[in-house]
Write a protein that binds this ligand. Structure first.
Ligand code: NAP
Ligand code: PAF
Length: 296
């Protein structure tokens, strides 16, 4: 396939190189404006890929968007006229809420949503490390997107395991619950994921997850709060040594994905008139930290 990766950071570079190595015609769209980028995955030989080529974008069969959620609308706006209506758009990021924005910007394109538990780290702009093997789930957001099941095979062949999910919103909400629980608490307290296993965080974690489960049920996503809590504690254990993405964003004073994680939950809770005080408190604390950078 002709594939363009928009936002080739850590996770985008991992996928770009994996899809290139699987034989696809790969190019990048980044904000550095260079015509070529040389990327190196782990100890493999460096690969030079075309960057920001309008013709490649027009010819793309697949646009894989690996931007952070808050960057999606701004980055896609200037590209809209160059994206063919048959080009499949795949959004792969933490958080929710961009799908409706993109569906409005590109109403005729097949739209597919993806979530991945692979880990990627970019120690330098041209280097990417595959830090954790995970699972990628993909599923259609609109009718045309739902017909793109073959993509699971394309992604699986490049970087296993990838699976098609007929109700991708279910997988996205489960990931949202994990991120609502782990990300703000680790960012506010500047701790590793594993430190959340301490007794002092237990009641907050349980309350946050119970609130998310209530909103999920109101959204028609059948879930069980106890099972969701178990999943969150399993992720805390499995990623004990990691620093969450929000902890890293906050420590480096980069805007976090809070609006598309807890912020999205708060929006949906308001629609259903559900009170979510624990999530609201965490949202406000992250916002206060981000605002403090502007005044300092
Ligand atoms: P990242 O390294 O910051 O990648 C985002 C990339 O988008 C950066 O290279 C950034 O450019 C680029 N970008 C920003 N604005 C742009 C624009 N207008 N046009 C073109 N490119 C633009 O972040 P990441 O770690 O890959 O994460 C991406 C998403 O995947 C996040 O939602 C994250 O939570 C999720 N995720 C990450 C991992 C992981 O292990 N990294 C795992 C699972 C999910 P600059 O390089 O110039 O900043
Ligand atoms: O955002 C993150 O860091 C990750 O999604 C997770 C699962 C919380 C692990 O650090």
């Amino acid at each position: 396939m002709n594939i363009v990766v928009l936002g080739p950071g850590a996770i985008g570079s991992l996928w770009a190189l994996s899809l290139h190595n699987a034989g696809h015609s790969l190019s990048l769209w980044s904000r550095n404006g260079h015509h070529q980028s040389t990327l190196c995955l782990d100890t493999l030989s460096p690969v030079t890929l075309v960057n920001n080529d309008a013709e490649k974008l027009k010819d793309a069969d697949l646009l894989l968007v690996t931007l952070k959620a808050p960057q999606v609308e701004t980055a896609m706006q200037p590209l809209l006229e160059q994206i063919d209506p048959d080009c499949i758009v795949v959004l792969m990021h933490n958080g929710m809420g961009t799908a409706d924005i993109v569906a409005e910007l590109l109403p005729n394109n097949p739209l597919v949503l993806a979530t991945t538990t692979h880990g990627a780290y970019r120690p330098e702009p041209n280097k990417v490390q595959h830090t954790g093997v995970g699972i990628t789930q993909l599923g259609g957001h609109n009718e045309k997107g739902k017909q793109c099941q073959f993509l699971a095979e394309v992604f699986d062949h490049a970087l296993s395991t990838a699976q098609w999910h007929n109700h991708i919103e279910q997988a996205l909400w489960s990931k949202l619950a994990i991120n609502c629980a782990i990300n703000p608490l680790t960012a506010i307290n500047q701790i590793t994921n594993g430190e959340l296993a301490a007794d002092s965080y237990r009641s907050t974690l349980v309350s946050v997850v119970e609130e998310v489960a209530q909103v999920m049920n109101a959204e028609g996503i059948v879930t069980d709060a106890a099972k969701l809590e178990e999943t969150v504690f399993n992720v805390i254990q499995a990623t004990a040594k990691n620093h969450s993405s929000m902890q890293q964003d906050i420590v480096h004073k980069r805007p976090s994905e809070i609006d598309f994680i807890t912020g999205y939950l708060l929006q949906r809770a308001q629609t259903h008139n559900i009170a979510v005080p624990h999530n609201t408190a965490l949202f406000e604390q992250i916002k206060l930290i981000e605002q403090s950078w502007k005044s300092s």
